[in-house]
Design a protein around this ligand. Structure first.
Ligand SMILES: Nc1ncnc2c1ncn2[C@@H]1O[C@H](COP(=O)(O)OP(=O)(O)OP(=O)(O)O)[C@@H](O)[C@H]1O
Ligand SMILES: [Zn+2]
Length: 564
């Protein structure tokens, strides 16, 4: 039994996540966690809400709530939707927790002791009327590059140029609209990443098995221009982790967010009444984490922070923290010809998705079309086809035919009689080959390829049923038909176990209907004879309903605009 630590990029708190966020982080992480648990490994699967930063403050202001209360409410909302999607976190934490505050301050302190923090005098825009500095999105104005008049302090959304607040022409406060602004000097902390460049470079070079998407993004930022640059890690805000010794300042959200991966495990310990040793054995290589394999999941825009900044924090601390072993990154899922966007409300959001279909339909489509090699597009046509074919015609149909036929001819117990022929031996051999390929792809976090092996495993069952045709066999040789049905019922049990990482809810229904255990099949032949004659089963209710053309058209229409 191996030990696996798994983290998903932590979803930002400002709203309900869309299907792109889901497939780019939490869902594949859940797939991997479920698979590893299914194979008997010890798994710690962590996720949390990312609660600091200016967008949270602005969203709270828009909702008319104090930011702490807004975050507490949104955390509950996200947590509820996550569990309805079957995301099996061992803990869903909060980056605003006391644990994260403590750890973030701890890391800053260690970095300072090691000479990796610089104090820099900076020129920042101050709003006299609002009585505060205006970092990042708190300031708007005209873009010096393209002339767009709603450019923000950190970036122009029109031409995508990265900006500093002092670059803006005719700047105004995003809070009050006031133009009574002045530039003041203020002190900020910088993380001296440039000092660690060689060490981080060598570390990335040692990761020869990582996806190209991950290493290419890391190398681009390591080597672009002047190379790895020092970064400001503090902001003039109230909401965030306070910076000791610098009143009125908090750490930048991207400094404390990845530290929450660690804090989250500590939050779990607190929530379950366990001591610090409980979480430190996952995170400290000197306290038990030396044998842990750590995998992170995220969309491509998060890669620089996980390959450079967060490793700089951990390495720079000089302490033996567990470093990531594998970073699985994803390209983008696009929506019917455009981008998903939380701020513009474009696409399908997790709550909306569940209001029209159960989680497994989405899980299956998203994972089997995960944007691994390139961006992938969600279209309603493709969704309908894939659900109807894979889930309804292949898996659902197989289950329904076998169980209904079995019940009608032999009653609701596994029938007795008959012996395997060459057809069954050949099926077991074909299944074994597919199963080993499936395991191999899952072990390598190859999501799409694993999905297509699983589909092929389902197809083998249908082909067997087609060629064995127990309904015809029954007329001439009822004993042989009994054997075929027995095999079919055992196949359903096998499918329940193998499919659980992708479609956990349907898998559970199948397992309960078969009155079966969940033991991973090492030997397929043994697995296909696990349910013995006399074992009771039930006919599961229609497992998957097909998506009709009317439904597809209605949803296409309903989700084509933007959400309020
Ligand atoms: N269209 C997408 N396809 C795949 N992954 C995505 C997509 N958009 C965001 N992600 C990933 O989703 C995860 C959670 O993102 P986060 O909550 O920070 O939202 P975000 O990146 O601000 O996206 P948005 O602005 O659309 O809400 C991150 O790992 C991010 O890389
Ligand atoms: Zn611009």
């Amino acid at each position: 039994m191996a030990r696996h630590l798994i983290t998903s990029a932590i979803p930002y708190i400002n709203g309900i996540k869309h299907l792109g966020n889901l497939v780019g982080s939490q869902l594949p992480a859940d797939l991997y966690a479920r698979y590893l648990r299914g194979r008997g490994n010890e798994v710690m699967f962590l996720c949390a809400t990312d609660e600091h930063g200016t967008p949270a403050e602005l969203a709270a202001a828009k909702a008319g709530l104090p930011v702490a209360e807004f975050c507490a409410r949104m955390h509950e909302v996200q947590s509820d939707i996550a569990s309805r999607f079957g995301l099996s976190f061992d803990h869903f934490g909060r980056s605003s927790s006391d644990r994260n505050r403590g750890l973030t301050q701890h890391f800053a302190q260690k970095l300072a002791e090691n000479g990796l923090i610089a104090e820099v005098e900076e020129r920042q825009v101050y709003s006299v009327d609002d009585g505060r500095f205006l970092p990042d999105r708190y300031i708007e104005g005209t873009c010096p590059n393209c002339g767009y008049d709603k450019a923000r302090g950190d970036q122009c959304e029109n031409c995508t140029k990265q900006l500093d607040p002092t670059d803006l022409i005719d700047p105004r406060s995003a809070i009050s609209g006031s133009t009574n602004l002045e530039v003041r000097t203020t002190k900020h902390l910088y993380l001296r990443q440039s000092v660690l460049k060689e060490e981080i470079s060598a570390w990335i070079d040692s990761k020869t098995d990582w996806p190209i998407l991950t290493t290419s993004i890391a190398r681009k930022w390591l080597n672009d221009g002047d190379g790895l640059r020092d970064r400001g890690i503090t902001r003039d805000l109230d909401w965030g982790v306070p910076v000791p010794g610098l009143p009125g300042k908090v750490f930048y959200v991207w400094f404390d967010a990845p530290i929450e991966y660690i804090a989250c495990a500590a939050e779990l310990a607190d929530a379950t009444g366990q001591d610090d040793a409980f979480w430190r054995r996952w995170w400290r290589t000197d306290e038990g984490a030396h044998d842990v394999t750590y995998t992170q999941f995220m969309g491509k825009d998060n890669v620089p922070f996980h390959t450079l900044s967060f490793p700089a924090t951990l390495i720079g601390s000089g302490e033996p923290w567990k470093m990531v072993d594998y970073i699985k990154s994803f390209n983008y899922l696009t929506y019917d010809g455009g981008q998903f966007s939380t701020s513009q409300g474009r696409g399908v959001f997790m709550d909306q998705a569940l209001s029209i279909l159960p989680a497994d339909y989405w899980r299956w489509w998203l994972l089997s079309h995960a944007p691994e090699g390139s961006d992938a597009e969600f279209t309603w046509d493709n969704f309908q086809q894939s659900v109807n074919k894979d889930l309804a015609d292949v898996l659902g149909n197989f289950v329904s035919r076998i169980t209904k036929f079995a019940r009608s001819k032999f009653g609701e117990t596994v029938p007795q009689g008959g012996a395997w022929t060459e057809r069954e031996t050949a099926l077991a051999a074909a299944l074994t080959e597919r199963l080993r390929a499936y395991e191999d792809f899952m072990d390598h976090r190859e999501v799409r390829k694993a999905a297509s092996e699983l589909r092929a495993i389902w197809v083998l069952g249908n082909e067997y049923l087609q060629s064995a045709a127990p309904w015809a066999t029954f007329k001439t040789d009822p004993q042989a038909a009994a054997m075929q049905v027995r095999l079919g019922l055992n196949l359903i049990r096998l499918y329940a176990i193998l499919s659980a990482p992708f479609i956990p809810f349907a898998a559970q229904t199948l397992r309960e209907a078969m009155g079966a255990d969940a033991e991973w099949p090492d030997d397929v032949t043994a697995a296909l004879t696990t349910l013995s004659p006399g074992h009771a089963f039930a006919v599961p209710e229609n497992l998957f309903a097909k998506i009709t053309d009317e439904q597809r058209e209605e949803w296409q229409e309903r989700f084509k605009g933007v959400r309020d």
